[in-house]
Design a protein around this ligand. Structure first.
Ligand SMILES: *Cc1c(COP(=O)(O)O)cnc(C)c1O
Length: 393
């Protein structure tokens, strides 16, 4: 694939594995094994069967008629919100836990922001009867309390990360520390297309089911498998990468990634990584991240916990740099209003993360026959308190 990873684990200038020496054996084991396991017929059969019977795939491609009228194009929603546990995260959780079992691991650790990755991981660990520990920023535990309760009900131990901004990046640091201390029996499930190689590639492959299905569904519904635009929100970038994956080599398809501007890109309270960031190393890979002039990671801010991350995956950094995909942003206010509009026009309560992608529709200029696919990455149940506070329901 033209935009895929090379043998050294790089996408152009980005990627690689910048890891402490003590993690080298784990990462090396993954690097050597993951493709063999992913291509093993037994693995594929179990993965496909769970996606179908447990997650409920294929997720529908829904022609959103009132959105189409409003924005003057044919707008389709790829309904990852209808997956078991409420977002795209379960695709990757199933993939990595099946892989971990085949690597002989007995214990799963994960980091989580919105809690969706933690819930997905705890869910699949319960399904498979494996010990599960989830690290979560203290601030995120507060704003995503229902997901904390879900993880506990599912049998996971939830450990608060109390350093820094007490959000996703801090939880990621804690999870890495755990892995360094438990290298043999533990698999660390990263929830997005970030981290040292091979994680970004492995997660992208597990999420690529989104665009594989969308292409087929679009062909059935419109006669053409290629849309004019594909849009998704970007935290680390896994739903966007899954949504882009099978369209990357189709150069006519415009790829739009929407980052969280928070209170505005110039407000000092933002998570618009490509707008504010520079090249550097974050969580084990060379990518684009928000940092000070002397290289300290800048605390990100977004009202949506899932987008509150100071970096993006290395493949996104590459697609940004070579301009294969366009990176734009939406503020907290724009996203919340777009979320409410989606409720009122389509009867779908989207996650606030997803609402950022929807918000950017306001700034697009479409031609009448344009086909536009938006990844509805998750449902908004977990965000009800944030919506209630903002709109005073
Ligand atoms: C986690 C999450 C995101 C952001 O993560 P990506 O890796 O960028 O996809 C977006 N939407 C929802 C619903 C999420 O749970």
């Amino acid at each position: 694939m033209k935009y895929g990873v090379n043998e050294q684990g790089y996408y152009g200038d980005f990627g690689g594995a910048y890891i402490p020496e003590m993690l080298y054996p784990n990462i090396e084991e993954l690097r050597q094994q993951y493709l063999n396991i992913l291509h093993d017929p037994g693995f594929k059969a179990e993965f496909d069967q769970l996606l179908k019977d447990y997650v409920g795939r294929p997720s529908p491609l829904y022609h959103a008629k009132r959105y189409s009228e409003k924005y003057g194009a044919n707008i389709f929603f790829k309904r990852e919100d209808l997956n078991h546990t409420g977002s795209h995260k379960i695709n990757n959780a199933i993939g990595q836990i099946l892989l971990a079992i085949r690597l002989g691991k007995k214990r799963i650790i994960a980091e989580t922001g919105a809690g969706q990755h933690g819930v997905a991981t705890a869910t699949v660990c319960a399904l498979k009867g494996i010990e599960c520990v989830v690290y979560m920023g203290e601030v995120d535990m507060e704003r995503q309390a229902p997901n904390v309760a879900r993880m506990k009900m599912l049998g996971a131990k939830v450990v608060p990360a109390t350093s820094g901004s007490k959000t996703l990046k801090d939880a990621t640091n804690e999870a890495m520390r755990d892995w360094i201390n438990n290298p043999v029996d533990t698999h660390y499930i990263i929830g997005s297309v970030v981290g040292p190689y091979p994680y970004p590639e492995m997660v992208a492959q597990f999420q690529s089911i989104i665009s594989l299905e969308a292409k087929k569904q679009l062909k059935e519904q419109t006669g053409n498998e290629l849309p004019d635009y594909v849009m998704a929100c970007v935290g680390g970038g896994s739903n966007a990468m899954g949504m882009f994956y099978h369209f990357l080599d189709d150069e006519s398809v415009k790829l739009m990634a929407v980052e969280a501007a928070g209170q505005g890109v110039d407000s000092g309270h933002s998570a618009a990584t490509t707008f504010l960031g520079k090249e550097g190393v974050l969580h084990g890979s060379r990518t684009i991240l928000m940092q000070t002039d002397d290289g300290q990671v800048v605390e990100p801010y977004s009202i949506s916990a899932g987008l509150d991350y100071p970096g993006i995956g290395p493949q996104h950094a590459h697609l940004y740099k070579i301009k294969r995909a366009h990176y734009v942003n939406a503020t907290d206010d724009e996203a919340l209003k777009a979320g409410l509009l989606c409720c009122q026009l389509e009867g779908i309560i989207p996650a606030i993360e997803t609402a950022h992608a929807l918000a950017y529709l306001e700034k697009m200029q479409f031609k009448k026959d344009d086909n536009v696919v938006i990844c509805i990455s998750g449902r908004g149940d977990k965000d009800l308190n944030t919506y209630i506070k903002y709109f005073n329901f």
